[in-house]
Design a protein around this ligand. Structure first.
Ligand SMILES: Cc1ncc(COP(=O)(O)O)c(C=O)c1O
Length: 393
């Protein structure tokens, strides 16, 4: 029996999501002890979670019982943290699950979803799985939303528009004006604020005023809980009620709930870590900018996208041009135990995304970048090229 014949045909051919790997796997790949791995590929929190999370997890007495399907304590604590009423709030197994649930709620087979690449890969992934159709409206040269093209791309079949703000992997935020223009189209607008705590820009306060605005957040980044999988969203109250109806009843496990409650009771500690990451983002940006062959893009998140600048001789005639330099750099860093993100797409082929780590991670990264053999060879070629040009004059 060929099982493929029984699977939905569009799922047989759909593109897989390219996930990152955990530290233990990376340490085996790099043949380095875990504590020598510099993990800058997942936009995770280099300072981990609050120490109170470990205490709460050790002390929690009810792992043998199912968790609360109504998420009562969580929604109450999130109301206090965010200032938005609990009836607007639904928690998911990471914001990944909420992306999926929103599409399950609104999308009928064949309906369209507006996606603005380069952006987070889960929007097309979940759209495919939900039987929808992705309509890509690429961002502009500087990665801003192309709002007029987005509006032109709308049809009667369009149901949902996804906007990550700050956007992953480009780091820039959308303006409130742009979001409002999209809300005015009447389509469901999902603003994914996974990196909100690093940017402090939000449209969440508008959720109670619009029946078609959804805002998603997560504990994975600022609170260091990526491994426990918990996020939340703000929804119009009716939509929140339907989401509560269709979500898997026990989607938030007891450990994730205990961890979130402990985190929200330790805000001073977590906010201090966010401040350290934001300060390090600034320092990393400056260090990357000093390398004349890299162009970092300003970021409001906990990562920086860089493109390879065209001052490298690999872009000029005559010099030996590596087929895919960004990939070579990515591989060269991996050999040194430094993991960053490379995207194999036409628009990002020339780019690397680097998560903001601790100061020592920045130092190790910059040192490694400066000493990569491929860069040394190209720098030599560049010097020679300049000498030859001077001679020719
Ligand atoms: C824009 C964006 N949204 C959502 C997520 C997923 O977050 P979670 O860990 O809560 O599923 C990420 C993770 O990288 C992201 O970059």
């Amino acid at each position: 029996m060929d099982i493929k014949k029984l699977i939905r045909p569009e799922l047989v051919t759909m593109k897989s999501y390219a996930p990152i790997e955990p530290t233990e796997v990376l340490s085996r790949r790099a043949e380095l002890p875990v504590d020598k791995v510099v993990k800058l590929d997942g936009n995770e929190n280099p300072y981990g979670c609050s120490p109170r999370v470990y205490q709460a997890l050790a002390a929690y007495p009810y792992y043998h019982n199912y968790p609360d399907p109504e998420q009562r304590e969580l929604r109450k604590a999130l109301e206090e943290y965010t200032g938005l009423g609990r009836r607007h709030i639904v928690c998911g197994m990471g914001s990944d699950e909420l992306i999926d649930l929103v599409l399950r709620l609104f999308l009928e087979p064949g309906e369209e979803v507006i996606n603005c690449p380069p952006t987070f890969g889960m929007y097309p992934f979940s759209t495919d799985i939900c039987g929808g159709r992705i309509v890509d409206v690429p961002r502009t040269e500087d990665f801003a939303l192309d709002v007029s093209s987005m509006k032109k791309g709308l049809t009667r079949q369009t149901k949902v528009i996804f906007v990550a703000s700050p956007n992953n992997p480009t780091g820039n935020s959308s303006t409130k004006k742009e979001i409002m223009e999209l809300i005015d189209t009447g389509k469901i607008v999902v603003v994914d604020e996974a990196y909100f705590e690093f940017s402090n820009a939000t449209v969440a306060d508008s959720v109670p005023s619009y029946p078609n605005l959804v805002v998603l957040r997560t504990f994975s980044k600022w609170a260091g809980l990526a491994g426990l999988r918990i996020g939340y969203g703000f929804f119009p109250v009716d939509a929140a009620d339907y989401l509560m109806k269709i979500k898997p009843p026990y989607n938030i496990n007891a450990a994730a709930q205990a961890a979130v409650l402990a985190s929200l009771a330790d805000m001073e500690y977590l906010r201090a870590n966010v401040a350290r990451i934001v300060a390090e983002r600034q320092r990393l940006f400056g260090k990357l900018k000093e390398l004349d062959w890299l162009k970092p893009y300003p970021s409001q998140a906990n990562f920086i996208l860089c493109s390879l600048s065209y001052s490298l001789p690999c872009h000029s005639e005559g010099a030996k041009r590596p087929k895919n330099l960004a990939k070579e750099i990515w591989q060269g860093l991996r050999k040194k135990g430094i993991f960053v993100r490379y995207f194999d797409t036409p628009r990002l082929k020339n780019c690397l995304r680097i998560s903001v780590g601790r100061p020592e991670d920045t130092d190790a990264l910059i040192e490694a970048l400066k000493t990569l053999p491929v860069i040394a060879t190209l720098s030599e070629a560049k010097k020679k090229q300049s000498r030859d040009e001077r001679k020719a004059k």
